[in-house]
Design a binder for this molecule. Structure first.
Ligand code: ADP
Ligand code: ZN
Length: 287
């Protein structure tokens, strides 16, 4: 029997899984991301035990997704030591002579959630993770959105909150979403890690303001059926209603949004959004 494989290649960990035809997960492992050669050796050991039909890979980035480019399949300009300009897809193709789907970790998560999770009732959705960084993926009319490259939704410019003087944590931009609203920004602003901040802390209003501002912009540009939020910071469940409220305020009544409790939601698949997305993309490669 042949299986579908999934690799969620993250900067902290690689999650590998194997599933059957019905996408029932047979085995799943999580490996720490060390250096490319050592990490890949472990990935190969895991998959070598199976006969694979196709593989889906959702990778941290930036990555090259342009099939015409000579560096298609590479992780490109990451600050992660050892991973800059690494031909990840090439290494996998050399090992496994099977169709391999290649996209970003967040595009894969968006795809997984749209088909099997919170976005089941729509054909277009955005998945945004708010963690160590902020990253977003989009599925538009059933297809993962990629153009000359992939979206970099975490680095859009946001207007500063009037009371916020934090120096951005993004080395490239002094007022981008990630630099002002990712976990490290929360920590720099308060001196406490996000998980230690109480729900009634003032910082959550600032956080909600930035995230809502970003969601407003995504909404105005893409008009998705749903926006799904994940990542460590979103474990603060009180944040969702604060974001909805701020979105409503910032947007005014210009666009009639769907019911906000259904439009801005958490993820349904927990830690498996990306894995299921990769498996679905693998399945499609084979079709
Ligand atoms: P990564 O982005 O590295 O894949 P996470 O999504 O877990 O991993 O994000 C880690 C970031 O999220 C850290 O900055 C951490 O402080 C923050 N974080 C993790 N859990 C919580 C929580 N419960 N509340 C707020 N922030 C959190
Ligand atoms: Zn930035």
């Amino acid at each position: 029997m042949a299986y579908y494989g999934s690799i969620e290649a993250g900067g902290t960990k690689f999650v590998c899984a194997v599933a059957d035809e019905e996408l029932k997960i047979i085995e799943r492992i999580s490996l720490p991301t060390t250096l490319p050669e050592a990490t890949l050796a472990q990935v190969f050991t895991f998959f070598d035990a199976y006969e694979l039909k196709a593989l889906g890979v959702g990778s941290f980035g930036p990555i090259d997704v342009n099939r015409k480019s000579s560096t298609y399949g590479y992780i490109t300009s990451t600050p992660k030591p050892g991973w800059k300009n690494v031909n990840l897809l090439g290494a996998l193709k050399e090992r496994y002579d099977i169709p391999i789907a290649w996209t970003t970790d967040v595009n894969a998560a968006a795809y997984g959630e749209m088909h099997l999770g919170a976005g089941k009732d729509t054909q277009s959705c955005i998945y945004l993770t708010v963690g160590t960084g902020v990253g977003g993926g989009a599925v538009v009319n059933g297809t993962v959105l990629q153009g000359f490259s992939h979206p970099e939704m975490g680095h859009i410019s946001v207007q500063r909150h009037p009371e916020d003087t934090l120096e951005s944590t993004c080395p490239y931009h002094d007022h981008c979403l990630e630099g002002l609203a990712a976990g490290p920004a929360l920590e720099k602003r308060t001196g406490l890690k996000g998980q230690l901040l109480e729900p009634d802390h003032d910082v959550w209003a600032v956080e909600a303001f930035y995230l809502a501002q970003a969601l407003m912009n995504y909404t105005l540009v893409l008009s998705p059926g749903k926006i799904i939020l994940g990542g460590g910071v979103m474990k603060q469940t009180h944040l969702l209603p604060k974001i909805r409220e701020s979105l409503e305020q910032q947007l005014g009544n210009y666009v009639a949004l769907p019911a906000l409790e259904e439009y801005i939601v958490g993820c349904d698949l927990g830690d498996n959004s990306g894995t299921f997305g990769c498996l679905l993309l693998a399945q499609e490669q084979y079709a």
